[in-house]
Design a protein around this ligand. Structure first.
Ligand code: PEP
Length: 256
């Protein structure tokens, strides 16, 4: 059975004391919550808070810490960058790669993202690799082609054993932070397309074990419907992960 995952991308939000408060509220809520023990939960704060969040998360079943980005080089003279090794040394386990905000504001290319994937896997960390089309591309009915290219350019060089370590997050750009969630039909259709693509490349076993998350205005009200889709294995949550109550409600939104 593939993993069910809910990951909270805090982006560039929260001052230090607020981040500590949020992780405390989440861990208190999850402490005796045995029904969500099997669900993988990932808290993804800004780099400076990674160590603190990792320490506070310790001891809660399947609660991990992640980073929002990493450098595509291992080490060296790259002022301002943070390496995958550093993330690991702070207690991070997951790394978001290719978030649409990185692709658009920081002009990250599929080729750079491929290098990041290699670096992250080289440190035995788990990439949460983001893909998704813009509003224009969906309107032009090119959404499947965009997603296929993002996946094949940055991931299809991997051998099957490494591809199996990747988590995918389908995040239509038009749905991120806009309140415009994809319908459950749109999400399921794209997730099935991705799984079929992966099956063609790596075979059924790899495709079946791949966790594909949905992201884009997923919240405590719509998560139940999205998570009920057979190929949606959880969510990458932005805005709604900044409130403990909403984040925990989303964790509780999988069908029983
Ligand atoms: C995200 O940034 O990954 C995201 C899904 O944001 P939001 O939930 O706020 O749309």
């Amino acid at each position: 059975m593939r993993k069910k995952i809910v990951a909270g991308n805090w982006k560039m939000n929260k001052l230090y004391s607020e981040a500590v408060e949020l992780v405390d509220e989440i861990t208190i809520a999850l402490k005796d919550d045995t029904k969500s023990d099997e669900i993988v939960k990932v808290l993804i704060p800004s780099f400076p808070y990674l160590r603190k969040v990792a320490r506070h998360s310790h001891g809660i079943p399947n609660l991990f810490t992640g980073a929002q980005n990493c450098a595509y080089e291992e080490a060296g003279a790259y002022t301002g960058e943070v390496s995958a090794g550093m993330i690991k040394s702070l207690g991070g386990t997951y790394v978001i790669i290719g978030h649409s905000e990185r692709r658009s504001y920081f002009h990250e290319t599929n080729e750079e993202l491929k290098r990041k994937v290699n670096i992250v896997l080289g440190q035995s960390l788990t990439p949460i690799f983001c893909i998704g089309e813009s509003h224009e591309k969906r309107h032009a009915k090119e959404h499947f082609a965009v997603v296929e290219k993002q996946i094949s350019d940055s991931l299809f060089h991997l051998i099957a054993a490494d591809f199996k370590k990747v988590v995918l997050a389908y995040e239509p750009v038009w749905a991120i932070g806009t309140g415009l969630t994809a319908t459950s039909q749109q999400a399921q259709e794209m997730h099935l397309f991705i799984r079929t693509l992966v099956e063609k490349k790596y075979g059924k076993e790899v495709a079946t074990s791949l966790s594909i998350l949905y992201g884009g205005s997923c919240n405590s009200k719509n998560a139940t419907e999205l998570f009920a889709c057979p190929d949606v294995d959880g969510g990458l949550i932005g805005g709604a992960s900044l409130t403990a109550k909403d984040f925990v409600t989303i964790i509780h939104s999988f069908p029983s």
